[in-house]
Design a protein around this ligand. Structure first.
Ligand SMILES: *[C@@H]1O[C@H](CO)[C@@H](O)[C@H](O)[C@H]1NC(C)=O
Ligand SMILES: *[C@@H]1O[C@H](CO)[C@@H](O)[C@H](O)[C@H]1NC(C)=O
Length: 179
């Protein structure tokens, strides 16, 4: 997938010569966003594999996958908050950030829609309560992260706000699907 390749490329080079300090603000923010998208894509593939027969195995993996996503979004949030931004991020970087944010939103939207759609399968497993807990954490942290990103991209914030408004109700719905 495009996101996975981009991430592999960024990580590949960063381990040798590019440190966090030498990433441009745009690259640092994109890396933070894409690290999350990469994990969400993984969890999406797991969720797509879910069936009644494998629910006991895959259900647990999905819960773990969401746990990893929450942890990475939390790290991503602190990274985009502590990175030293110039007062204005160059327009071209802002647009690259918005593109990356778009994938972030769309993949979360797909992932959560599948998980909500598989409510009856997942609710028949012992993972209902842990899934509910992790989805409620996800709602809070993704919402905060989305607004942190939106604040950094005045040049395309209208689009970013629109994308977030698309995901937000799905996040809320996911958070109440597994009580
Ligand atoms: C946050 O920054 C640290 C230090 O540069 C880096 O190792 C980590 O991968 C980053 N995490 C995210 C999610 O961007
Ligand atoms: C999904 O199922 C396919 C086919 O069984 C398997 O190859 C793949 O590894 C699974 N993916 C995940 C993320 O579980």
């Amino acid at each position: 997938m495009h996101v996975a390749k981009l991430l592999a490329c960024l990580i590949g080079t960063s381990s040798i010569s590019v440190t966090a300090q030498s990433l441009s603000p745009g690259e640092g923010i994109i890396l933070a966003i894409d690290s999350v998208t990469f994990l969400s894509q993984d969890n999406l593939e797991r969720a797509q594999n879910l069936t009644e027969e494998n629910a006991l195995e895959i259900g647990g993996e999905i819960v773990q996958g969401f746990g990893a996503i929450v942890k990475t979004v939390t790290g991503a949030l602190s990274n985009v908050t502590i990175l030293k931004f110039p007062s204005v991020i160059p327009d071209v970087d802002q647009h690259a950030i918005c593109n990356s944010f778009r994938s972030f939103i769309l993949i979360h939207q797909q992932l959560l829609s599948i998980v909500i759609g598989e409510k009856s399968i997942l609710s028949a497993t012992p993972f209902t309560a842990p899934l509910g807990t992790v989805l409620r954490s996800l709602e809070g942290v993704v919402d905060t992260f989305a607004f942190a990103v939106i604040n950094l991209v005045p040049g395309c914030s209208a689009h970013a706000i629109q994308l977030n408004a698309y995901l937000s109700p799905t996040l809320s719905q996911a958070a109440v699907t597994f009580p």
